[in-house]
Design a binder for this molecule. Structure first.
Ligand code: COA
Ligand code: AMP
Length: 633
């Protein structure tokens, strides 16, 4: 079938289409229906079908005779460690880890928080939870104690699985102080914390709550996979919303497995035995779907890389790993390539490696800007595939279907809708816009399998965030347009979520942290263009009357508050003190105007009719110039 035929079949008769895809997987009880409604009126996929995702990802391949094939290759330039697991070895490790969790009282439906660096145990921990029907929630290792505490309180885990440290290039980051501080702040108390001991940092075993992974694993006996309903949550993954509280995106088991398996073939053109390397982190959705579950469900070999695109040790790091492990497809965020291009514009490091194995390069997580696309396509002389998706959807909404029918690439576009995604461009009143006109990107319901059915413990927020604004549609909160040929162009978020080096962050959350500073009366954080990281947060603050704090001091204070409360990844370093923030007469801060002022000259920026004081816009424009931000960088 051509791409058009496939896509049409998925839209005209989604039930038949997805039931057909479901039959490609090994179920414990095959689903008889595709789409149904649960008691709360939510649309659910494959209810009544039973499976175990860890069994699909491991045992099914061992049973099919692929036990000796490499499942996971671990490469850590920061520690010098390397390891390889065959499917059989990984299955056995995961069964043992599931036994360990069972000994700790973890059962079906219990939550387990995983706060780990990029080590094989992070993948083993996730799959061990899945094997027991426990629900994992992985927290990115770059988040500070407070972020971990917020997630622990929301997910209420029985156990926290972590490691003695992470390693950032050459800096060892001990995790025990972070976990201890998070548990001090959290209201919920898990039964215990299990540490993987790494040679780079020791754990202080004084507290009875802290247990050693190695010792527990030795004592455990392997656990079998349990059968769960297709709608049983596989995981909760917290992502930034517009407020300080992150959203707990729930992922079901069956729909996710079916959609990932489809995407591995249709989008990434990957088949059992192929090597797929995704350079991301298991703390993000990209890591969940395309380091862990997708490649393993498909029977591919996945690469777990603990390093950076540059500095570990140089800008040739990606080419080395591709060449050494013979990756057929490679996936990362555009920002990583911008970092390489900055250090090695002529791609001289590439000459040292044979990357003839590499067929396609995929990028997502943020807009692929045309200059980065051109550089990559020229340097690599291979298809460079932009694709658009979100934590909420779990797999690509728009992509180039390399495994069905590669479509011509248009620079700036993520290409065409994938199966089950019926995308429309709506104006703010919900009217559909014609080709070429920019508006809100929305997806007609039902969403295909794999997309979030709800938010953890917060169905009301789920409806408010995604369904209420445009009845009958899922609101993506991204803006963009569709051209005459149906190509989708994603231009960026229309809410207050920003994207810093491929990391999704909430400016609202940063504002809450900054608002706690004793000298700050009010503030607005906006994302401003940065050549490498895509966007960087900048804080515009109004000081309290009578405050005489110096510019340097407030910048230092706010930088360290954001590092301590959210994490270094937020990369807030620039603070501009102003007398007044531009607001509407009803008191709403005009963040969009601030963002536009960073891109365009003051004369080009329309003055909103609702503004309470026009001079505030002039002051922001002056501050942007004075601090060399945005267009003045
Ligand atoms: N644990 C602790 N700290 C972390 C961390 C982690 N897991 N990850 C990042 N940090 C810290 C960094 O050390 C850095 O600290 P610093 O300000 O003290 O130097 C800060 O957070 C910012 O990190 P990062 O955004 O990674 O910036 P960088 O300058 O170190 O590297 C890039 C820039 C572009 C090379 C890097 O961001 C990158 O590889 N991005 C790709 C991101 C990606 O894969 N995203 C997933 C979506 S596909
Ligand atoms: P996350 O949930 O962290 O994956 O971030 C999702 C957001 O990243 C989307 O809502 C977009 O704003 C942005 N994004 C992801 N992929 C792309 C892409 N290919 N082009 C443009 N923006 C993207």
């Amino acid at each position: 079938m051509s791409y058009q035929e496939t896509w049409r079949a998925s839209i005209n008769d989604p039930e038949t289409f997805w039931l057909g895809e479901a039959r490609r997987l090994q179920w414990m009880t095959e689903p008889t229906a595709a789409l149904s409604q649960d008691e709360q009126g939510r649309q659910r996929w494959f209810q009544g079908g039973e499976l175990n995702v860890a069994q699909l990802a491991l045992d099914a391949h061992v049973d099919a005779g692929r036990g000796d094939q490499a499942a996971l290759l671990y490469d850590s330039p920061v520690s010098g460690a390397r390891a390889q697991y065959t499917y059989r070895q990984l299955r056995d490790e995961v069964a043992q880890a599931a036994g360990m969790l069972r000994d700790l009282g973890v059962g079906q439906g219990d939550r387990v928080v995983i706060y780990m660096p990029m080590i094989p145990e992070a993948v083993i921990a996730m799959l061990a939870c899945a094997r027991l029907g426990a629900i994992h929630s992985v927290v990115f290792g770059g988040f500070a104690a407070n972020e971990l505490a917020v997630r622990i309180d929301d997910a209420a885990p029985r156990v926290v699985l972590t490691a003695s440290c992470g390693i950032e290039v050459d800096r060892v980051i001990p995790y025990q102080p972070l976990v201890t501080e998070a548990l001090r702040r959290a209201k919920h108390a898990p039964d215990c914390v299990v540490y993987v001991s790494r040679p780079e940092a020791e754990v202080d075993w004084a507290s009875e709550r802290d247990l050693d992974w190695g010792t527990l694993m030795e004592r455990a006996s392997p656990a079998d996979p349990v059968s769960v309903d297709a709608t049983h949550p596989l995981y909760i993954l917290y992502t930034s919303g517009t407020t300080g509280k992150p959203k707990g995106v729930v992922r079901d088991s069956g729909g996710y497995a079916v959609a990932l398996n489809w995407s591995l073939g249709a989008v990434y053109d990957l088949h059992p035995g192929d090597v797929f390397w995704t350079a991301s982190d298991v703390g993000w959705v990209v890591g969940h779907s395309y380091i862990v579950y997708g490649p393993l469900i498909r029977g591919c070999t996945t690469v777990v890389y603990e390093g950076k695109p540059v500095r570990t040790p140089d800008a040739g790091a990606f080419w080395r790993v591709i060449s050494e492990y013979r990756a057929k497809a490679f996936f990362t965020a555009p920002t990583a390539f911008r970092a390489i291009k900055k250090e090695d514009p002529e791609a001289q490091h590439l000459q040292r490696y044979d990357i003839s194995c590499l067929e396609n390069v995929f990028v997502a997580g943020e807009r692929l800007d045309p200059p980065t696309y051109e550089w990559l396509a020229q340097t690599l002389q291979r298809p460079v595939i932009d694709h658009w998706w979100q934590t909420e959807t779990g797999w690509p909404i728009v992509a180039n279907p390399m495994g069905i029918e590669p479509m011509p690439v248009k620079s700036g576009s993520a290409t065409l809708p994938m199966a089950g995604y019926d995308i429309r461009v709506l104006d703010d009143s919900g009217r559909e816009l014609p080709a070429g006109e920019q508006g809100n990107l929305a997806i007609r319901l039902p969403l295909p399998p794999g997309c979030l059915p709800t938010l953890w413990n917060d169905e009301a927020r789920f409806r408010k965030s995604y369904l209420d604004r445009f009845p009958g549609y899922y609101d993506t909160s991204d803006g963009g347009f569709i051209d005459e040929d149906g190509y989708v162009y994603v231009m960026g978020r229309v809410d207050d979520v920003i994207n810093v080096a491929g990391h999704r962050l909430s400016t609202g959350e940063m504002e809450e942290v900054i608002g706690d500073h004793s000298a700050v009366a009010e503030c607005a954080v906006v994302g401003i263009h940065d050549d490498t990281k895509g966007e960087l947060p900048v804080a515009f603050v109004v000081l309290k009357d009578g405050s005489d704090i110096e510019q340097e001091q407030i910048e230092a204070d706010l930088t360290s508050m954001i590092r301590n409360e959210i994490g270094a990844i937020a990369s807030l370093r620039r603070v501009a003190v102003v007398q007044k923030l531009p607001k509407t007469r009803s008191g709403k801060i005009l963040r969009k105007s601030i963002r536009t002022l960073a891109k365009e000259a003051r004369e080009e920026v329309p003055t909103p009719s609702t503004i309470d004081d026009v001079s505030s816009l002039d002051e922001i424009a002056d501050a942007i110039r004075a601090h060399n931000l945005g267009r003045y960088a």
